[in-house]
Design a protein around this ligand. Structure first.
Ligand SMILES: [Zn+2]
Length: 120
């Protein structure tokens, strides 16, 4: 599977209207956006919204790639294993992180030390 890399020429036309001519702007919109740099395309909130829109558009292809990696028997097992772990982690099925605490009496600790010394 291959995806065509988006180029500047693929960008839709800016949706703003020229105040001078009253005609629609002929510039290309900023990547992922609706307006050109002359019409606010470089404003921080617009750049952020454009980036968010682009990233959201990558979710589908990312999931397809993850699925392909997980199911392709020619992909190394370690890669397939990481892909399936990612799927399980992102669906709330990862193992619970927990620490086990043992409360032992002084006698039990002494007995364990004696057992370990006897094993040496
Ligand atoms: Zn424009």
């Amino acid at each position: 599977m291959s995806h065509k890399k988006p180029t500047y020429k693929d960008q839709p036309q800016c949706t703003a209207t020229s105040k001078q001519s009253g005609e629609r702007c002929k510039q290309a919109a900023k990547l992922g956006g609706k307006v050109c740099h002359y019409h606010g395309g470089n404003a921080p909130q617009t750049v952020k919204a454009n980036a968010r829109r682009i990233l959201e558009g990558l979710v589908g292809p990312a999931l397809v790639t993850l699925q392909e990696l997980m199911l392709d028997s020619e992909v190394p097992a370690s890669v397939r294993y990481q892909a399936l772990r990612d799927v399980l982690d992102r669906t709330g099925l990862k193992p619970v992180d927990k620490a086990e605490v043992l409360l032992l009496t002084d006698e039990a600790i002494a007995a364990e030390i004696a057992r370990l010394k006897a094993d040496q």
